[in-house]
Design a protein around this ligand. Structure first.
Ligand code: EPU
Length: 438
């Protein structure tokens, strides 16, 4: 496969692209289909690798999946769910983090589950201790084996009361997907309430689940014995939308992101405006552009919803290299999400990373040797360079940097970007980027 992108940068990106459903919702809704006893239909599904990985795993477990890629529709028929062969599941090891979410639904359907070693981006340790604690509290027996995790629930799963040490997105989803069919009541405090989680709750409610979300981030679920299939249109990918917005700002361009919606992006839009970007919200999308003149430096902290998403941080940092003054970025969700700035420094950016919590609020990574704060001094012109994609969002940031830098940059490992950015080369082409592949 062609994996090196040669980018002739320094040209503003101009034009219109479309984002479809959120990667971090669609994959979970696909897993939810396992819980129903009738087929489900999911719409607005992007063609990205994470969707293909989850589809493969569902098919291994007997789910019949029919896709209309152009329309973005998936039909998922779980009526013949069966145990998959460990060797087949193992072939998916390292490809994604979603398999951990199969645990609850498979335990309900089959009384047992086997989960391969997880993949996903290397942006910190990314442990699964919350997930396993939750499953044990529901009554699952969990065995960590060399190739993965084997789980059993011979007596079924029973509702429970859980407090999360940190509002983890994945752990909240784990709890939802397990509690909806567990016997009795479940209560989760300190839950994550990201829009993608709320949309998963919409899906589960359509399936027949009883779930309430209180203002204090407590989620209560009354387990039901059976769920049916759902029909649902996925919420748009607010990470992809913000990534293109950051690309417009960094390259001095003007990009209309069709499909982007304001409500899930309020926090991003505020920051975008503070940096000096302009935007217009339309019924069918959002136009983002650089109005000319200087961009402004900012102080920014990533946080759980409704805070500034950690996944918005990496693309925006590239734009901050073009802002006048010192920007401070405090990453409080992952302990190690600044690895991508090494390449930016190599391209001429002035970025220092620090172990201290620089944003103003101490976070759980303070005084623990994690370089989780960055100071960006700008504006610095970026120079073309040979760079290698480190992870999904860091990789897209490298792409933005290459598009911003005058001259030809060679970006290796762009295959990773397919995991979460649908048809990104076609979109770059539509926006007037000059590039070739080898
Ligand atoms: N954590 C634990 N133990 C656990 C689970 C999480 O300590 O068992 C910690 C993590 O190490 C991290 C923090 O809790 O420091 C938050 O992790 P969370 O569980 O919220 O993240 P996730 O569910 O693994 C999802 C997205 C990420 C996104 C985060 C935060 C998916 C597939 N991934 O990850 O998306 O950054 O929520 O919003 O939904 C991406 O799309 O590029 C991406 C990394």
């Amino acid at each position: 496969m062609h994996d090196v992108l040669h980018v002739n940068g320094g040209l503003p990106l101009h034009g219109e692209i479309t984002v479809r459903g959120a990667k971090n919702f669609v994959s979970k809704a696909m897993v939810a289909s396992l819980l129903g006893d009738t087929p489900s239909v999911l719409r607005n599904v992007p063609q990205i690798r994470d969707v293909a990985v989850v589809r493969g795993l569902l098919e291994l477990h007997g789910v019949r999946v029919d896709a209309d890629d152009v329309a973005g529709t998936l039909s998922l028929d779980p009526r013949n769910v069966e145990q998959a062969h460990v060797a087949d599941i193992d072939a998916h090891a390292g490809s994604s983090r979603i398999p951990i979410l199969f645990c609850g639904p498979l335990l309900h359907r089959l009384g047992e589950a086997f989960i391969p070693d997880l993949g996903g981006c290397r942006i910190g340790d990314r442990p699964i201790n919350y997930h396993l604690d939750i499953l044990r509290q529901f009554g699952a027996e969990v065995d960590k084996l060399e190739q993965g995790i084997a789980l059993r629930a011979p007596n079924g799963l029973v509702g429970t009361k859980i407090h999360l040490p940190y509002p983890s997105v994945g752990a909240t989803e784990q709890l939802l997907l397990t509690a909806v069919r567990a016997r009795g009541l479940t209560e989760l405090s300190n839950a994550a309430i990201e829009p993608e989680i709320m949309d998963l709750i919409n899906v589960l409610q359509k399936m027949g689940a009883i779930i309430s979300v209180d203002t204090d981030r407590v989620i209560r679920i009354e387990g039901v014995p059976r769920l049916r299939g759902f029909q649902h249109t996925a919420l748009p990918d607010r990470i992809e939308a913000a990534s293109w917005a950051a690309a417009a700002l960094a390259t001095g361009g003007d990009i209309t992101v069709k499909g982007a919606k304001q409500p899930e992006m309020t926090t991003f839009l505020n920051v975008f405006r503070k940096v000096g970007g302009e935007f217009d919200v339309h019924d069918d999308g959002i136009r983002f552009w650089h109005p000319g003149g200087e961009l402004r430096s900012i102080v920014l902290e990533t946080d759980v919803h409704p805070g500034f998403m950690t996944d918005w941080q990496q693309p925006l940092v590239v734009a901050l290299t073009q802002a006048t003054g010192l920007s401070i970025v405090h990453e409080t969700v992952y302990e190690n999400r600044f690895g991508f700035v090494d390449a930016l420094r190599g391209m001429g950016a002035t970025i220092q990373v620090y172990r201290e919590c620089l944003g103003g609020h101490p976070c759980r990574f303070g005084q623990r040797n994690f370089y989780h704060s960055a100071v960006v001094s700008g504006p610095t012109p970026l120079e073309a360079a040979d760079i290698e994609v480190p992870d999904l969002r860091g990789g897209f940031s490298h792409l933005i940097a290459a598009l911003t830098a005058k001259g030809t940059s060679n970006v290796a490992g762009i295959g990773i970007i397919d995991r979460g950015y649908e048809h990104f080369l076609d979109k770059l082409d539509a926006l007037g980027a000059e590039f070739s592949l080898s």
